[in-house]
Design a protein around this ligand. Structure first.
Ligand SMILES: [Zn+2]
Ligand SMILES: [Zn+2]
Ligand SMILES: [Zn+2]
Length: 382
């Protein structure tokens, strides 16, 4: 009997297979890093290709393929288990002897084989007549005015644009917002949803906060549960849950405002919160009079430049007080080139990211001439 130490190979195999299956089903970060996801397997087999150019076709095939691959998990487990027990642990002379001894496992093997056959048949049924029976195509067809192919081409075309918004809702679900469409892409065909922006009404239904964030953001994470109600009759709405840091990103691509009827406080990232505090501080500073013609901010090109750096904090000529050079602000002669929001973001980006409580009292180089300034030296122009 050859065994790995004292532990039977079947136990070691079972533990690894269990972890592998979890990663495969939930497409964890680790599984994605190792390429152990249905998407990766299907791409490697050449069954799906080119999401960028054939977006809808890609997800139609990917979701069908995922059902088949998932259905194979129990069958592969039972066959490999019997192989390991027979040949690695050496407990039986052949795999048929193993199954003779484990009748219930043989029954499971037959059931799992039946499950796989059913999944393959279902995928085959979905693929008939150019996938007309596929839930993704059926949901899209509800919007087709004429041929569904034209509509698919339109959606594919919008997906190719760089300004679409893609948000990871969870490891197996993505939200995609294009100019006209809101789409939810899940792992299986039934988890697909589509709504035209004109028909959609988004409402924040609920929120939940956690002191620890999976991305390690300071201040924890808040999740918003957003309901999409479809005004088009006969089409049910859907709901998704998303990190509140994505809220602005999602709202920016939507034609209508997200309703917040329950008045849920949406938490912001540390940097966004700092921008608010920075702006409030600067509001209290003396104003600067300038004669320059104010141009658009060179950071965002949207707002008009509205801040100038004027040394008022008293550290500039503080040599006599023994203030070290590194802690002194230096005169800046730049004309107003930045808006307050961009300057605040710049200020935050130049600070120690692990110590946000020190930011407001710190210094930062002028984005243009690199002379140091503090929050007291920022003046709104009149
Ligand atoms: Zn700006
Ligand atoms: Zn400057
Ligand atoms: Zn200063």
């Amino acid at each position: 009997m050859s065994r790995v130490g004292e532990v039977p190979g079947t136990i070691i195999f079972s533990v690894f297979y269990f972890l592998f299956s979890l990663g495969f089903l939930y497409e964890s970060k680790e599984a994605r890093g190792l390429g152990l996801t249905p998407e990766f397997v299907l791409t490697a087999l050449g069954l799906v290709k080119d999401e960028e150019n054939s977006f809808i076709q890609y997800h139609v095939r990917r979701t069908s393929g995922t059902i088949v691959l998932r259905s194979l998990l129990p069958f592969v487990y039972l066959v490999t288990y019997s192989y390991v027990s027979t040949y690695l642990d050496g407990d039986y002379r052949s795999m048929s002897e193993f199954f003779k001894d484990h009748t219930w496992m043989f029954l499971m093997l037959k059931l799992s084989a039946a499950l796989s056959v059913m999944a393959v048949s279902y995928a085959w049924y979905l693929s008939l007549n150019n996938y007309v029976n596929h839930p993704i195509i059926q949901k899209i067809t509800a919007y087709a005015q004429g041929s569904v192919e034209t509509l698919i081409l339109d959606i594919n075309h919008e997906f190719r644009r760089v300004d679409k918004v893609c948000v990871e809702v969870n490891s197996v679900t993505h939200l995609v917002i294009t100019d006209n469409w809101i789409l939810i892409l899940g792992s299986i065909p039934q988890h697909f949803h589509i709504c035209h922006q004109h028909d959609a009404q988004l409402t924040i239904m609920d929120s939940d906060s956690h002191s620890l964030s999976p991305e390690g953001d300071a201040g924890g994470a808040q999740y918003l549960s957003i309901q999409v109600t479809n005004r088009k009759p006969g089409i049910p709405g859907f709901r998704f849950r998303v990190n509140s840091l994505e809220y602005q990103n999602i709202q920016s691509k939507l034609q209508a405002a997200i309703q917040n009827i329950r008045n849920i406080q949406i938490s912001k990232s540390v940097s966004d919160r700092f921008v608010d505090v920075f702006k409030a501080e600067v509001e209290g500073n003396p104003r600067a009079h300038v004669t320059d013609v104010l141009e658009p901010c060179i950071g965002c090109m949207v707002n008009q430049a509205n801040v100038k750096l004027v040394r008022v904090c008293g550290t500039t000529n503080a040599e006599e007080n023994g203030v070290p050079l590194a802690d002194r602000c230096v005169n800046c002669y730049c004309r107003p080139m930045w808006c307050i929001t961009c300057l605040a973001k710049w200020f935050a980006s130049r600070q120690n990211q692990d110590l946000p409580e020190t930011w407001l009292g710190s210094r930062c180089p002028c984005p243009t001439c690199r002379s140091k300034f503090c929050v007291l030296d920022v003046a709104l122009v009149e």
